[in-house]
Every structure is written in structure tokens, then in C-alpha cells.
Design a protein around this ligand. Structure first.
Ligand code: HEM
Length: 509
């Protein structure tokens, strides 16, 4: 009898322990944000959150206001929805709100890479050196040359009848082209001593193969991040990892010509910090993912929006034509394709505004920080809330700023000139009569802000510039609506469309 009592007591204690660990007993303290644990222990609101971040947050905001804490798969997330208060999170010191600890967990899951403050610093230092200032000029030129290769030398239209129409899915075309060019610019080309026609074809075949594998991973990525893969999908992910760790291995990449300093410097610095070669191979894939997963989709949306808004297309084209004319170049020469320089890119305010507007509509990051110590968070309205050590605090600027009708009138509409400065003054945005500093945040903010943002912008602009200056473009079905965005990717950068749209293009040169 006493044996069974002991078993029951042990089970009871075990159950209490599990309930305690899953936060069953957690109650809101007086000075804390409203707490919403949902109905299912541990899981909380995980399903609603995963299926549609935006809808989940709208529902919660309606119920609780501008700050609330929710349980999501065993983690407590506090969401701050008021954009006027964002600086309280973005500018808080790193010993209170930490980006790396949370990011490292995710990076380990999705790349099997052990990230640390040191690796973050290496990315930061190298990006400042090679993706800004003089380094950006070099990278922009490398991207330009790579785009010329992909668009003018590799396209089938360039072979038999260069001026014939060619049809493709616009999303596929943009992603494929920008990916391949970005890959060549960052990871280099076949060694020059072997540069003959066959090896040029090898670059072409190789980049296509890498793109296909990348897209497989891309599709699995959201479910991989949420640890929701089926055993079959797990098998696929492992295969893709092995493929990239081999193709992008330090040994392989160093065989190439024209490898960017951004890549080679980071690899070298990791080696100098004593990080193993295996880990460095994995880091290469992480960089590929960060650098290549967003610019192609963003380029797609920009072209799609322009094609669906004739006035915007006309204005952007006019601006581009003037810049080309001023540069004294001729777009009609295949032998010497248009060379767009960083200097030329600085003369396109209308295109800049259209890019910013595109990112407002389709760039959906989620900023997450781990709370390292119990602390107070002071909001813009003067109220203070206590945050608990071990919880996460999160911003979702897409809902709080990008889509706020008070900050951006008709937020669903593409207005190419929304960000165009007037009389040389930068456009300002307001909420409740107060100036909003974080009116769009496609690149994140603070310590986790995208270190590649200037290069990314130039990539998108170069591609669009070449497409509008040198090609005729038409949607196959002019009446077709702009596709909806795939909501399962909310929080993972630039959105994908739920379906592709067919278009045709023809080189004018
Ligand atoms: C439209 C294109 C792009 C968008 C919207 C974008 C957006 C972002 C965002 C929001 C983050 C922060 C993620 C977080 O808070 O967890 C980030 C990180 C990062 N991005 Fe970008 N990005 C783009 C293109 C690029 C490019 C072209 C590069 C490099 C060539 C790049 C390199 C990186 C790296 C290395 C990180 C991680 C930084 C770190 O954790 O230390 N990104 N990006």
C-alpha cells in the first residue's frame, strides 16, 4: 500500500513540476502587462500565432491594448504595439535586452551554427567595411557586372533571336536573376585561368542548381523555424544542409575567383577566432541565406507594383531614362551593356521612394529580445510596465507602423511617391499628432538591424534599373489582381506571393 502511495505522490509532484515549468501557475503581477496564456497548457497561442502572426496580434491588441504578454509554445512573449514607444526597446542597453541569446537558439535550429556575441561582432565589423562607404562601391559594381552576365549573356533571348518575347513567372524570374547575380557577386566565379565558354556555362549551371536547392530550403524555412517539420521534411532539410555545407565549404569557396571581401574577411576572422572549419562551412550557408533570401522577392514586388500602376511606372521610367541620358550611355548595345554605377543610383529619388514603399508593403520582420533581468519598460504615454527575466519582448512593425492608417493613409495601397521628399525635406510621419521615428522598419532596428541594407537596396535598384531601361515588360493577363502574400511567412523578412504571375519580356538591345 505504502508503495502505491509513494508512486501517487511522485506522480503528483511530477505533474505539479511539469505544470509549474509550463507556466500553469504564472499569474500577472500588478505592474506587469496584461497576461494571456490561452486555453492549452504550454502551447498557449502557438497555433494562431504560427498560422497568421498579424491576425493573432490584431486580436490580442483589441483585447488588451498596446502591450500584453502571451504564452507561445512554452515561451512568454511581451508584444509592444505602440510605435511611439519602440525606442524603449530598440535603445535599451544590451545587458537588459539581448538579441543574440534568442537569435542563437534559432540559428542553431535552422543552420546548425553556434552563433555568439563574437560572431555577431564579426558580421558587424565586416559589413561596415565592405557593405558601406567605399566597400559598397566595389560591391555595387560587382553586382552590376553579375547582373549583366545573367541578364544579357545567359538569357535564352540573347542567343537566337535576342529581340523575341520570352515568357516566365515574374516571381521566378526576379528571384532567379537576382539570386544568381548576388551569388556571383558574393561567392565569386570559376577561376579565370579556366575561363572558356564551357566553364562560363559551368557558372550558369552551378548557379541554377544552387538556386533550386535554395528554394527547397526557402519553402521549408518557416516550418523549420517553428520546429514543425514532418520526419520526411527533416530528411529533406538534412540533405539540403549537407549540400550547402559542401558547395559553400571554405575549401570550395576559396577555389573561386572574384570572391567578395565581405565573404572572405568573415571566414578569415572566424578562423582566427579558433572556430572550426565545419562551423565556418555552416556559417557560409547562414550568410547565403541572410544575403539572398529577401532581395529577389523584394525585386518581384517592386516590378509587379510598377506594372500594375502605370503612372508610377511612367515616372520611374522617365527618371531612369534621364539618368541614363546624363551618363552618356546607349542602352541599345548588347556588346557593351548599360553600366549603372553607384553614382547613377544616387540620382533616383522616385525609384528610392518606390523601393521604400514596396518594403513597407511586403517586408515583415519580427524583432525579438530576451529580457536578461527584471526591469521596467517606460512607454511613450508615461506608463511603466515590469518585464520578467527570461521572457521575450517583441515588436511587429508591420502591424504597428507599416499598416497603421494613421501613419500611412490607405496603408494597403501602393503609392510610389509616399516617401518622396518635398522641397528637399525628408518626409515626416505622425500618429496622434506626434512625429513617428519608426514609421517603417524593413531592416529591423538597433543591434539586430540588417548590416546589408545599403547593398540590398542597391541590388534591388540595379535590377529594376536594368529591367526598365533595357527591356519591354508586359503582364500576360493585365486584369489579374496583385497576388496576396503568403501569411505563413510573416516575421521572416520579405513576403512571398501565394501564386506567381505570368509576364513576358523582350530585350531592346
Ligand atoms: C530586401 C532585402 C533585405 C531585407 C528586408 C533584410 C532584412 C533583415 C532584417 C530585418 C534583419 C534582422 C533580423 C532579426 O532581427 O533577427 C537582417 C539581418 C541580417 N541581414 Fe538582412 N535583409 C536584406 C538583405 C540583406 C543582404 C543583401 C545582406 C548581405 C549582403 C544581408 C545581411 C544580413 C545579415 C548578415 C544579417 C544578420 C545580422 C546579425 O545577426 O548579426 N541582408 N536582415
Amino acid at each position: 500500500m505504502s508503495f502505491w502511495v509513494a508512486v501517487l505522490v511522485a506522480l503528483g509532484v511530477g505533474l505539479l513540476g511539469v505544470l509549474y515549468l509550463t507556466g500553469f501557475f504564472r499569474r500577472r503581477r500588478a505592474s506587469e502587462p496584461p497576461l494571456d496564456k490561452g486555453l492549452v497548457p504550454w502551447l498557449g497561442h502557438a497555433l494562431h500565432f504560427r498560422n497568421d502572426n498579424m491576425d493573432f496580434l490584431k486580436t490580442m491588441q483589441k483585447k488588451h491594448g498596446d502591450i500584453f504578454t502571451t504564452l507561445i509554445a512554452g515561451h512568454y512573449f511581451t508584444f509592444l504595439m505602440d510605435p511611439l514607444s519602440f525606442s524603449a526597446v530598440v535603445r535599451e542597453s544590451r545587458n537588459k535586452l539581448d538579441f543574440i541569446s534568442f537569435a542563437a537558439e534559432l540559428v542553431l535550429r535552422v543552420f546548425r551554427f553556434e552563433a555568439s556575441h563574437e560572431t555577431h561582432k564579426i558580421i558587424d565589423v565586416s559589413s561596415t567595411k565592405h557593405l558601406k562607404g567605399e566597400g559598397l562601391v566595389v560591391m555595387t559594381q560587382a553586382m552590376m557586372e553579375a547582373l549583366q552576365t545573367v541578364l544579357f549573356r545567359w538569357q535564352e533571348t540573347s542567343q537566337k533571336d535576342p529581340k523575341s518575347w520570352k515568357e516566365d513567372g515574374l516571381f521566378h524570374f526576379c528571384y532567379n536573376t537576382v539570386f544568381k547575380a548576388g551569388y556571383l557577386a558574393l561567392y565569386g566565379t570559376e577561376p579565370s585561368e579556366k575561363q572558356n565558354e564551357k566553364l562560363k556555362q559551368k557558372d550558369q549551371q552551378h548557379t541554377e542548381e544552387v538556386f533550386v536547392e535554395f528554394r527547397k530550403y526557402d519553402k521549408l524555412f518557416p516550418r523549420l523555424s517553428y520546429a514543425l517539420l514532418t520526419p520526411l521534411e527533416w530528411g529533406q532539410v538534412k540533405k539540403i544542409w549537407n549540400y550547402f555545407w559542401q558547395v559553400l565549404s571554405v575549401k570550395n569557396v576559396y577555389q573561386k575567383d572574384n570572391i567578395s571581401r565581405w565573404i572572405s574577411d568573415q571566414s578569415q576572422q572566424l578562423a582566427e577566432s579558433g572556430i572550426s572549419e565545419d562551423m565556418r562551412d555552416r556559417f557560409m550557408f547562414l550568410l547565403l541565406w541572410a544575403a539572398q533570401g529577401n532581395t529577389g522577392p523584394a525585386s518581384f514586388w517592386l516590378l509587379e507594383f510598377l506594372m500594375k500602376h502605370p503612372k508610377a511606372m511612367e515616372e520611374v521610367k522617365k527618371e531612369i531614362e534621364e539618368v541614363v541620358k546624363k551618363s552618356g550611355q546607349d542602352v541599345a548595345s548588347r556588346q557593351k551593356p548599360l553600366n549603372v554605377t553607384k553614382e547613377m543610383l544616387s540620382q533616383t529619388p522616385i525609384l528610392d521612394s518606390a523601393v521604400q514603399e514596396t518594403l513597407r508593403l511586403v517586408a515583415v520582420p519580427m524583432l525579438i529580445r530576451l529580457v536578461l533581468q527584471d526591469m521596467d519598460l517606460k512607454l511613450h504615454n508615461g506608463k511603466s510596465y515590469q518585464l520578467r527575466k527570461g521572457d521575450k519582448i517583441s515588436l511587429f512593425p508591420y502591424l504597428s507602423a507599416h499598416m497603421d492608417p494613421e501613419i500611412h493613409q490607405e496603408p494597403q495601397a501602393f503609392k510610389y511617391d509616399r516617401f518622396l521628399s518635398q522641397n528637399g525635406n525628408k518626409k515626416e510621419f505622425f500618429k496622434n499628432g506626434e512625429k513617428v521615428n519608426y514609421f517603417t522598419m524593413p531592416w529591423g532596428a538597433g543591434t539586430s538591424m540588417c548590416p546589408g541594407r545599403y547593398f540590398a537596396t542597391n541590388e534591388i535598384k540595379l535590377f529594376t534599373f536594368l529591367m526598365l531601361a533595357c527591356f519591354d515588360l508586359e503582364l500576360i493577363n493585365q486584369q489579374e489582381e496583385i497576388p496576396a502574400i503568403n501569411k505563413t511567412r510573416y516575421g521572416f523578412g520579405v513576403m512571398h506571393p501565394v501564386n506567381d504571375v505570368q509576364f513576358r519580356y523582350r530585350c531592346r538591345c
